[in-house]
Structures are given as C-alpha cells and as structure tokens.
Design a binder for this molecule. Structure first.
Ligand code: ADP
Ligand code: MG
Length: 337
C-alpha cells in the first residue's frame, strides 16, 4: 500500500489520485515544491504544497493572497501559470496544493549550469531577452497594483528551449493600496534588497522591485551576484562602495531614515569599468537608472521597457512570447500604469 508521505519514493503515491511526485524541487518559506506528473493529462507540473495552520479558518492568508493574485496575473505569459488548486487531506491534515506549469530551470540553477559548462556568464544574447521579459512581466504586475517584493534568480523560471522567462513565487507579493501602509521589514532577500528597505523606510513601493531587477541584470551580465553581502550593514556598504554613499543631494530625506548613520563616504564607481566592459553603454545607462538611490527617481518598469538598450531586440520574437490578449490590452499597461 503506498504511503502518504512527502518523501515517498518516486511514483509511490498519487496525490488526489492524480499527481505522481517525481522529485522535490525546493523547500522554502511556505512549503515544499515538487515536480510531478499529472496522470490525467500526462503533463509535467510543479506542485507547491502549502502547510495550513490548523487553528486558522482554512487557508492561511499568504496562500489565499498568492492564489487570487496568481489567477489574475497568470494571464501574462511572464508569470508562472497556475493550473489548479487542490485541497486534500493527508495524514488527517488539510493540505493545499497549488499546481503550476513546470519549467525546466530557475534562473539561479540555469546560471550555475551555464557557468559549469563554459566558465562564462550568461551569453549577452540571453541577457537582453530575459531582462526584457522580466521587466515586461513586472510592468504587468505593477499595473495591476502588485509588487513582488522577493525578486531573485531563484524565483524566476526559464525554459531554455523557447527562451521564455516567467516570474514565480508570488507568496510575498502584495496588492498595495494607496495610501501605502507600513509593511513588514525583512522581505526582499538581502542581495536584492533596495536601499530604502535596508535603511528602514516605513513606506516603500514598486521601486523595490526595480532595484531587484537591476541587481539581477548585473548578475546575469557578470555571472556572479552583484551585491552579495552577508548582513544588512555589509549590504549597505557594498552598495555604497559601488554607487557612492548617498546624501541629501541625490536622495532628499535619506538622512532622516530610521537606520541612517554617519556612514563612510565612498565615491561612485564607473559602472562600465566595474562590469569590466561586459555591458555596453546603453546597458550601463539602464542599469544605472534601475539602481537610482531615490526610489521616486528610479525608472518605473513600463518606462524601462522602452529604454534604447532594447532597441536592437527583436520585438516580434518578444511579442510572440507574451499572451496576445495581454499584449492587446497591453498598450494600457504601458501608458497608464
Ligand atoms: P518558495 O516559497 O519555497 O521559495 P518557490 O515557488 O520559489 O517557493 O519554489 C521553490 C523552488 O522550486 C524555486 O526556486 C524553483 O527552483 C522551483 N520551482 C518552483 N516553481 C517551479 C515551477 N513551476 N517549475 C519548475 N520549478 C519550480
Ligand atoms: Mg522562492
């Protein structure tokens, strides 16, 4: 008799009599993620198992949030598609499985794989389309009033056959309503965390995602994380050493933020030199605009899509990767967001 366990051997247990676990893909904040086969459609899927608090009335709010957001946002091909939700009882406990389309790699694993293969960062032919799709997906999310708050390579999925990139793990995403309330801190993984969050701002918004996109962009170019610090103060210093220590002139209000101190003074470095010439001047210009200290001056995603860096990108190819419905309605998200 197959046992009803997380670590049951391959194929020993069909979830809901339908999904056959193949392997564990990851384990994070909310639960485990499995690769599985849907025996009904023979499609390979990703199952995200969500632990449910027993005392809560059913499903935890983070999960409800993720589900309802994903249903709306899944319309974009640059957000991982939610195929279904199953609420089942396992070992006497209620368990929720979110069923997603499966993609072969997350961007972190893909970059590691590329590095092993050639000792090289991602080829420039991949960096640009990946970055564009990431920005397009985020512009769509932002237009729907949703920030991701945990953008990092592990939360981006890529299919090397089609070169499509999709945003995943919207568990920390949150619909923001104006006026913005103070959100909890400790949200974005340190390396991709925006300076306003590191400095303890009470109010933050969409620009935190753009900062993360900038860090991911530089990482794709360089082949290693751009600001890989191991604690908050080291994270700030690492940023300051590259971009210069911020001051009231470049970022009005910075010295009034909760965690502001008299920091050492560093001068900004030239990004082109810092990236060892791996990124052309247009690319450096876009990166600089995404890594602007003042969140109000940081380039919004919809505007970044139009940056000259993308001028030589084949838009027909890019458009073919997005859902035509979203593209047709998309003029709106490009203009009014
Ligand atoms: P967590 O909240 O645990 O971070 P994620 O949704 O980020 O949950 O999933 C954890 C990992 O599982 C990801 O980093 C990725 O490697 C893998 N993964 C998640 N969703 C998929 C998917 N749809 N297809 C393939 N791999 C996935
Ligand atoms: Mg994740």
């Amino acid at each position: 008799m197959p046992r009803n366990r997380d670590d049951s051997p391959d194929g020993a247990y069909l979830i809901h009599g339908r999904y056959e676990k193949i392997e564990k893909l990851g384990e994070g904040t909310y639960g485990k993620v499995y690769k599985a086969r849907d025996s009904k459609t023979d499609q390979v899927v990703a199952l995200k198992k969500c632990r449910l608090q027993l005392d809560a009335e059913g499903v935890p709010p983070t999960t409800i949030r993720e589900v309802s957001l994903l249903q709306v946002l899944s319309r974009s091909n640059h957000v991982v598609k939610l195929l279904g939700v199953e609420q089942i009882e396992e070992d006497g406990k209620v368990v929720l499985y979110l069923i997603f389309e499966y993609l072969q790699h997350d961007l972190k694993k893909f970059m590691d794989f590329k590095k092993k293969e050639k000792h090289n960062p991602l080829q420039p032919e991949l960096v640009k389309p990946y970055l564009f799709q990431l920005i397009r997906g985020m512009a769509f999310m932002h237009q729907h009033g949703v920030m991701h708050r945990d953008l990092k390579p592990q939360n981006l999925l890529v299919d090397p056959k089609t070169n499509v990139l999709k945003i995943a793990d919207l568990g920390l995403g949150r619909v923001f309503a104006l006026p913005c309330k103070a959100y909890t801190h400790e949200i974005v993984t340190l390396w991709y965390r925006a300076p306003e969050v590191l400095l303890g701002t009470k109010i933050y918004s969409l620009p935190v995602d753009v900062w993360s996109i900038g860090c991911i962009f530089a990482e794709m170019v360089k082949g290693i994380p751009f600001f890989p610090a191991d604690c908050e103060i080291a994270q700030l210093f690492m940023i300051f050493q590259v971009l210069g220590t911020p001051n009231e002139e470049v970022w009005p209000g910075v010295t009034s933020l909760r965690d502001w101190h008299m920091y050492p003074q560093w001068q900004p470095m030239d990004l082109h030199t810092h990236l060892e010439g791996l990124l052309d001047h247009q690319g450096c210009d876009l990166l600089k605009k995404m890594l602007v200290y003042n969140p109000n001056k940081r380039i919004p995603a919809k505007q970044a899509m139009k940056h000259p860096y993308f001028d030589d990108l084949d838009m027909e190819v890019m458009d073919a990767l997005e859902n035509p419905e979203v593209l047709n309605a998309g003029m709106e998200y490009q203009e009014n967001a």
